[in-house]
Design a protein around this ligand. Structure first.
Ligand SMILES: Nc1ncnc2c1ncn2[C@@H]1O[C@H](COP(=O)(O)OP(=O)(O)OP(=O)(O)O)[C@@H](O)[C@H]1O
Length: 558
């Protein structure tokens, strides 16, 4: 019919480029009257009779269209509906895609054979109203399997349905690519995301645990040493320029002055990153300190020390070009034990004093027994025990610290707290620090400076020691405590003072023993409970004791 001729002409035009039988369709000849491969005709009057219309020269109609494996592309053309007499449609093995509209199938009332397999059709398998098609019609396409099992029972036994469906409706290329991408996401990205989330949770958990641990330690009874092994030991000691420290301390402004000692002046400062620090300007001219390469090497070693009871050294400046060398330490907001003891406003209560005694013992134990080589402080005294925000005692100011066993030369020490043995041998040992610790404890209990005289007018240290030896504790104890103290703890401290200040260094306890006595996990050694402490010959040291004043800077320092 003319309409069929028009449809075929359009199809030819559409699929002209494809290497299929369509290429052989000849325009000049009617499809049913010439050699149009793939196009089959039958008598219009009786379409069941297929005939060579071009020979018989009778009216014919198109009843079959067979263009298999022709590389036809695009969607299935809806103009096919114009071939309404089609009984046989075979488009298998092409590259057709998109949906197959059921209306199209309904427009072929006589269609008895349909093969659309091996294409890229998508969507659901269309159901024609008047016909059911062989199951193979649809296979090897990209149909979703949504309705495949609804259709399958009409054609196959139910048992075969799912198996056949899943076998036949194979994924095609485009499907595979999409799912490959999905697989990559699942296999690679998802695990990475999960790992990242888990790591974040682990880090958060670890941080909060360590913060909790730190908080716990600060708030708990002082009678437990922190886990020193967990303390990081990587040196973060930085070499600052003079200019950096000049800026940090507001040009060493007097408002930033924290205090002055025998070895220099201490200023409060603020680094670029906002950290508060204490900057000690070393007075090499008057202190007799020997600042050489060995000193700086020791300073760097100290930069690696991290312990909750030791002030961290943040850095140094070598003081080149005529500038003073400087040490940069953590800033301790509550100043030194000396400051706290002498504070006019609030006397240091006994539990805090005992906690300070314990903290200082733990810090010293760490320096002596956990550092390799051991570190001798060499200048332990109340102004060198600093108090952090929570009043935890931190052993500070290592200005004269020397590596153990090589302390052959004179170092700056503070008389009154220094081991009498040092006066004889000129050598500092761990036991020199133990002696100084004993004196520190005496100051904590009595609340008095080393220079202060006893009301009797007798030389200070001897008087206090005699009181201790006679166990006349009541007279020794700081009156500012107003009787609010733990008698057992005070008695323990008194006995530790006696042990630590024994003349023979080898009879003095180690700092770990001191710590354990304070914690109550070790009894006081009986032999030395009230042994003879330092003799009166030592008083000469006492009377020369140096007091370091401290001037707390006003708030407009920085
Ligand atoms: N890190 C710090 N944080 C806060 N204040 C500090 C710090 N270091 C020192 N100070 C303050 O500065 C004062 C003087 O400290 P410095 O260490 O110079 O004195 P010293 O120990 O008496 O003397 P030296 O150790 O030189 O014999 C301390 O008493 C304290 O008040």
């Amino acid at each position: 019919t003319p309409s069929e001729a028009a449809v075929l002409a359009q199809l030819k035009n559409m699929w002209r480029a494809a290497p299929s039988v369509v290429k052989l369709w000849v325009d000049a000849v009617d499809a049913c009257h010439g050699p149009w491969p793939g196009v089959g005709c039958a008598l219009t009057d009786n379409p069941t009779i297929q005939a060579p219309c071009f020979i018989l020269n009778v009216n014919c109609t198109v009843v079959s269209l067979k263009i298999p494996n022709g590389n036809l592309t695009g969607e299935i053309p809806l103009i096919l509906a114009g071939l309404s007499s089609l009984q046989h449609l075979d488009l298998r093995g092409n590259l057709l895609k998109g949906r197959v509209p059921p209306e199209l199938l309904d427009s072929f009332p006589s269609l008895s054979f349909l093969d659309l397999s091996l294409n890229y059709f998508t969507g659901t398998i269309p159901q024609a109203q008047n016909a059911t098609f062989e199951y193979d019609t649809w296979t090897k396409n990209c149909f979703s399997s949504d309705n495949s099992c609804e259709l399958a029972p009409q054609m196959r036994p139910i048992a075969d349905c799912r198996r056949e469906t899943s076998l036949q409706l194979q994924p095609c290329d485009s499907w595979t690519r999409k799912h490959l991408l999905l697989l990559i996401v699942i296999v690679l990205i998802c695990p990475l995301t999960v790992i990242a989330i888990l790591s974040a949770i682990a880090i958060y958990y670890w941080r909060s645990r360590s913060q909790q641990a730190a908080h716990f330690w600060q708030n708990r009874s002082p009678l437990r040493a922190p886990d020193v092994e967990a303390t990081p030991q990587r040196s973060v000691c930085k070499q600052f320029t003079h200019q950096e420290l000049h800026t940090a301390t507001n040009s060493f402004h007097h408002n930033c002055l924290l205090g002055a000692g025998t070895t220099g002046i201490v200023y409060r400062g603020k680094l670029d990153d906002g950290t508060n620090v204490a900057v000690k300007q070393l007075d090499t001219r008057n202190s007799g300190m020997l600042i050489n390469d060995e000193f700086w090497n020791e300073v760097k070693v100290r930069g690696a020390i991290r312990h909750p009871n030791v002030v961290t050294l943040r850095g140094f400046s070598k003081g080149l070009g005529g500038c003073d060398p400087m040490l940069v330490c953590e800033y301790m907001p509550n100043g030194s034990v000396l400051d706290a003891l002498l504070s006019d406003s609030t006397p240091l209560r006994w539990p805090r004093r005992y906690s300070i005694a314990h903290g200082a013992a733990v810090g010293l134990e760490y320096l002596h027994e956990h550092c390799r080589p051991p570190i001798i402080h060499g200048n332990l005294k109340p102004s060198n025990i600093l108090l952090d925000r929570d009043f935890t005692a931190r052993v500070g100011h290592f200005g004269s610290v020397r590596v153990a066993k090589v302390s052959q030369r004179a170092v700056v020490t503070t008389l009154g707290f220094v081991d009498p043995e040092y006066g004889v041998t000129g050598k500092l040992t761990e036991k020199s620090d133990v002696f100084s610790y004993g004196m520190l404890l005496l100051v904590l209990v009595s609340g008095r400076r080393m220079l202060e005289s006893h009301p009797s007018g007798k030389p200070q240290l001897l008087t206090w020691m005699q009181l201790l030896a006679k166990a006349e504790l009541a007279e020794l104890i700081d009156p500012r405590l107003e009787g609010n103290f733990d008698k057992h703890e005070v008695s323990l401290c008194a006995q530790i003072v006696l042990l630590c200040t024994r003349i023979q260094p080898e009879l003095r306890p180690s700092m770990s023993e001191v710590r354990r006595i304070l914690e109550g996990t070790m009894p006081v050694p009986i032999s030395g409970s009230l042994d003879t402490p330092v003799s009166s010959s030592h008083t000469s040291f006492v009377s020369m004791s140096h007091f370091s004043g401290s001037y707390y800077g006003s708030s407009d320092c920085l």
